[in-house]
Design a protein around this ligand. Structure first.
Ligand code: NAD
Ligand code: LMR
Length: 338
């Protein structure tokens, strides 16, 4: 994300990069929430977004009225629950942060019972109203909600694996921040590829592939890996029952959408780690996996393999795969029986 292109480096300084201009309507489902609001604001400032459609079961028209006063070109409209068809009509990108966040003591999987049905119902609406849109899932547990979304689309006969993404960008953002904090580097020059999934040990940072991480070893390495894997817990604890990461996630979500649209607009070599239907570990029963993905006009252009791993990373991957497989199976089973 950050180091691949000049444009991507610029993003780390919070300015969005623009490429060839095309009409790009982005819909945010869950736009009234902790992530939805700041992310929608950032999307309104992205020159590549030409229209913003903000939907939530509560509060979206107010958020849209507020954001619409920002003097950037994208038009911005809010929609209430009954209006989901209008919210999704013509959407080319749909970003979904709808659902409940964690409280201290909870795992992301503890959110499954509530969020699985929210994502399933939103998937049904997308299958009906914008089946060709690029779908970016933020709602947790991402390891299960992405497979749920895929199953609903399969049932509706509209599944295109190139157009469904689990947003794992926050793990990449955190890895960059935490590593540069240790090494005294500028985060914009500190890219860390993070693969696997999005929870605890399924988050696998590939520090050996980052020049900046050279020299981080022993306990310092272990602590850094743990911090990247459990960074979400830091925020959940600090927010003390009022939610989880919202502002950093809003930032990460807006970065991912910017990259996705740049790829859709024809920019080459736009690469982001993202959780997609992937052949990489399919033989081990892991149908979805996050690795570096080149984004293009039709979504997933190319899925990169994880590359050379250190012995420690081999161990991390070994720990990741069984959990990931279980999380995916849980989502698939729910969607099949729902
Ligand atoms: P929040 O409670 O502040 O906001 C969620 C919003 O979703 C609310 O406004 C709510 O009204 C809305 N909503 C609920 N059901 C809906 C439905 N059926 N249709 C449309 N909107 C609906 O929560 P938040 O802090 O914004 O977090 C949202 C989700 O994102 C959580 O599941 C959280 O765990 C997840 N999250 C993921 C990542 C990631 O890296 N992928 C990072 C942070 C948070
Ligand atoms: C995060 O990584 O911050 C999110 O997945 C939210 C959470 O529950 O930790």
């Amino acid at each position: 994300m950050f180091a691949r292109s000049t444009a991507a480096r610029t993003l780390a300084r919070r300015a969005f990069s623009s490429s060839a201009r095309a009409e790009r309507k982005v819909a945010v489902l869950g736009a009234g929430g902790g992530i939805g609001q700041p992310m929608s604001l950032l999307l309104k400032t992205d020159p590549l977004v030409t229209s913003l459609s903000l939907y939530d079961i509560r509060g979206a028209p107010g958020v849209a009225a507020d954001i619409s006063h920002v003097n950037t070109k994208a038009d911005c409209k809010g929609y209430e629950q009954a209006d989901i068809a209008s919210a999704l009509k013509g959407a080319e990108v749909v970003v979904i942060p709808a659902g409940v966040p964690r409280k201290p003591g909870m795992t992301r999987d503890d959110l499954f019972n509530t969020n699985a049905s929210i994502v399933r119902d939103l998937a049904k609406a997308c299958a009906e109203h914008c089946p060709k849109a690029m779908i970016c899932i933020i709602s947790n547990p991402v390891n299960s909600t992405v497979p749920i979304f895929a199953e609903v689309f399969k049932k509706a006969g509209v599944f295109d694996p190139k157009r469904l993404f689990g947003v794992t960008t926050l793990d990449v953002v955190r890895a960059s921040t935490f590593l540069s904090g240790i090494q005294g580097t500028d985060p914009k020059d500190t890219r860390v590829t993070v693969v696997g999934g999005h929870s605890g040990v399924t988050i696998v940072p590939l520090l050996s592939q980052t020049e900046v991480a050279k020299g981080v070893s022993g306990q310092a390495y272990k602590d850094l890996v743990k911090r990247i894997q459990f960074g979400g817990d830091e925020v959940v604890q600090a927010k003390a029952g009022t939610g989880s990461a919202t502002l950093s996630m809003g930032y990460a979500g807006a970065i991912f959408v910017n990259s996705l649209i740049r790829g859709m607009n024809g920019e080459k070599n736009v690469v982001e780690p993202t959780f997609v239907k992937s052949p990489l570990y399919e033989s081990e029963g892991v149908e979805f996996f996050s690795s570096n993905v080149e984004l293009g006009a039709n979504g997933v252009e190319k899925i990169h393999p994880v590359g050379q791993l250190s012995a420690e990373e081999e161990e991390l991957l070994k720990a990741c795969l069984p959990d990931l497989k279980k999380n995916i199976a849980k989502g698939v089973e729910f969607a099949k029986s729902a």
